[in-house]
Ligand binder design. Sequence first.
Ligand code: GYE
Length: 306
Amino acid sequence: AGIAGAETPPLEQKDRYKVGFAQMESNNPWRIAETKSFHDTAEACNWDLIATDAAGSAAKQVADVDSMIAQGIDVLFLPPREEKPLIPAVMKAKAAGIPTFLVDRSVDPNVAQAGEHFVAFLGSDFIDQGKRAAEWLIENFEGEKGVIVELEGTTGSSPANDRKKGFDDRIAEDGRFEIVASQTGDFARDLGRQVMETLLQAHPDVNVVYAHNDEMAIGAIQALELAGRKPGEDVTIVSIDGTRDALQAIIDGKMGVTVESSPFFGPLACEVMNKYAAGEEIPGWVQVQDRIFTIENAAEHIDEAY
Ligand code: GYE
């Protein structure tokens, strides 16, 4: 406080808000569930919602935010596809007097900060998700040597950076494991399948796959099965999200674990926005608590999955 421009723009208390939600892409069930959660929340929260889809392009996501600013939104919810390219969008919203909440992914903390450039980041602890995936593997892996292929999320995105760090650091503490390859599959099923096909040729002895999300894990399972491998038997699959297909793969014995990363941000967005409008102090990180899905509880949760 005290420094000009060091605070985020205030939000007036109103009966209805014009709300922007600038989605990054819609090529997987997680994204579709998140967008639906915002639409489902709109009525209950008195939003006139403008939702866009950047179709996997950070440049289009920046342009979508520009157009929302031009349309006079009161508040912006932004899941930044990558950590750096979306910073101009955050800065422009602030300059236009629009409070921004980052949802599900964050931006480079060295350049843009909560409480100054954006109000808060609403989302999971990705380092902890990666660490918990590693811990499940350490406890449940029965072989002598774990030869790991890692399928990374979108390069330059906060969940890819942090899920890698959390997993790699924890797994390095156990001498049984070696990560022989780590490559991006862009959080997408088809690319995950293709990358796994290639890596399987270079590393036929792989017996663990760590995927940064369930879509890539499902793609990897398809590649492994096509190559005559038996996921769940001769290859342990660990992943993150908790999609319906992943829970089914766990029930079918093909996947070992998925650490939850919930896409249902609509209700939380409503609550935090209303508190901000009421002048309440909002923590810079509104942390979402994640469960863990294994054979112990997958069947119990599959009906609520997306
Ligand atoms: O895990 C993935 C999605 O940003 C937390 O992005 C989100 C991740 C999620 O595409 O499936």
